[in-house]
Design a protein around this ligand. Structure first.
Ligand SMILES: [Zn+2]
Ligand SMILES: [Zn+2]
Length: 178
């Protein structure tokens, strides 16, 4: 009679640095501490879509709760505040030079990268504007380019405009980025 000896491979189990439970292989990308599924925060580029589209470096990976509070939480709040401010940016297109004549143009134009959508390009430009501390865009131009990708013709959009500061009360009823 042959006996088959099963060798049990014991997985190296570490305890979670937050709750001391079994960590099962998850590690915090910031402090390298083991972390269990319940205590882990899974952060990815999807949590910062506009920032990523604008080429910013964002927190990415698994974080323990301590590192989440130290690094990610404030980054998420700052990102959300910038997105909200971007949605409130006043927009004057280049064709509206008459309406925007009173706005001082002192800054250099901001420019987005190419994106597959007109609205995304506009939001990117507004996001860059809000992050630079301005609440208005003047002389905005949206440019589209057609490119053939994998046999299909696709449009790529980019936006350019000059950031400016305006008194919101003075220009109510202005269109927002869209
Ligand atoms: Zn835990
Ligand atoms: Zn950590």
């Amino acid at each position: 009679m042959r006996r088959i000896v099963y060798k049990r491979v014991m997985e190296e189990t570490k305890n979670c640095c937050v709750c001391q439970g079994r960590a099962r292989g998850l590690t915090c990308v910031r402090c390298s501490g083991a972390v269990c599924k319940n205590c882990a925060h899974f952060i990815s580029a999807d949590d910062f879509p506009l920032a990523v589209a604008c080429g910013e470096t964002v927190p990415d990976g698994t974080f323990c709760h301590g590192c989440f509070l130290a690094e990610v939480d404030s980054a998420l709040l700052a990102y959300q505040a910038a997105v909200k401010a971007a949605e409130d940016v006043f927009v004057y297109y280049r064709t509206e030079a008459k309406e925007s004549y009173f706005i001082r143009r002192t800054e250099r134009p901001l420019k987005t990268t190419e994106t597959d959508d007109r609205t995304k390009a506009m939001l990117q430009l507004a996001y860059l504007t809000a992050k630079a501390g301005y609440n208005c865009l003047v002389d905005v131009q949206l440019n589209s380019k057609k490119k053939i990708t994998q046999g299909y013709q696709k449009s790529f959009w980019s936006a350019i405009g000059i950031p400016a500061q305006v008194d919101p009360v003075q220009i109510q009823n202005r269109s927002r980025p869209s």
